[in-house]
Each structure stands twice: as structure tokens, then as C-alpha cells.
Write a protein that binds this ligand. Structure first.
Ligand code: SF4
Length: 100
């Protein structure tokens, strides 16, 4: 089953990073540089279409459907287990350490 059908293709998703657990290895940036970026502090942050890093704790960026697979792979491979992908509608985590 593809990730889009697991999550529901019509569902809007957003992603955030718990920087307290980020190791700074940059795996997420390799998978999805459109969504993740390492800042000069060596930690990864999410960003949106404006390319501005969202540096508030728990700040989210939208997950475009075209990048969903890359973002999900990032969450699965993240050594810090700190990439959280959730539904915008009810804030339920669908990929990441707190997903069922
Ligand atoms: S993959 Fe996880 S631990 Fe590695 S830089 Fe990205 S958020 Fe941080």
C-alpha cells in the first residue's frame, strides 16, 4: 500500500521537528530539502514555500503531497526519532514516533 492511501490522499498533513532530540546528521535534508534544512546551530528545522525556517518549538510546515513519500522516509530514518507528521484537521500523528 502506498503512503498516500495509508494517510488518505485528500488529508492535509503538516510536519514538525523536536529539536531537543535532533542529532544534526542531516538525513532529512537529504531526503526532502524542500521541507527540511539544517540551520547554523546544526539542528534541522522545517520550512514552507517561503523558504523561511520555522524556529519556534513545535512549529509546523505543510507537507505537499508530492513530497509526502520523502517526508515519511525522513521520519522513518530519523536517528533522533524526532520528525512528527500529523493531520492538520485533528493534529493526530500519522507518521513518526507518536503514530500508532
Ligand atoms: S533526520 Fe532527524 S535527527 Fe537527523 S537532522 Fe533530520 S530531524 Fe535531525
Amino acid at each position: 500500500m502506498s503512503v498516500t492511501s495509508e494517510a488518505g490522499a485528500a488529508e492535509q498533513l503538516e510536519v514538525w521537528i523536536d529539536q531537543d532530540l535532533c542529532t544534526g546528521d542531516g538525513i532529512c535534508v537529504q531526503y526532502a530539502p524542500e521541507v527540511f534544512e539544517l540551520d547554523i546551530d546544526g539542528l534541522a528545522y522545517v520550512k514552507g514555500e517561503d523558504d523561511e525556517l520555522r524556529q519556534q518549538p513545535g512549529a509546523t510546515a505543510p507537507v505537499p503531497l508530492t513530497l509526502l513519500q520523502d517526508v515519511v522516509d525522513s521520519a522513518r530514518e530519523c536517528p533522533g526519532d524526532c520528525i512528527h507528521v500529523r493531520r492538520v484537521a485533528d493534529r493526530v500523528e500519522v507518521y513518526g514516533p507518536d503514530a500508532d
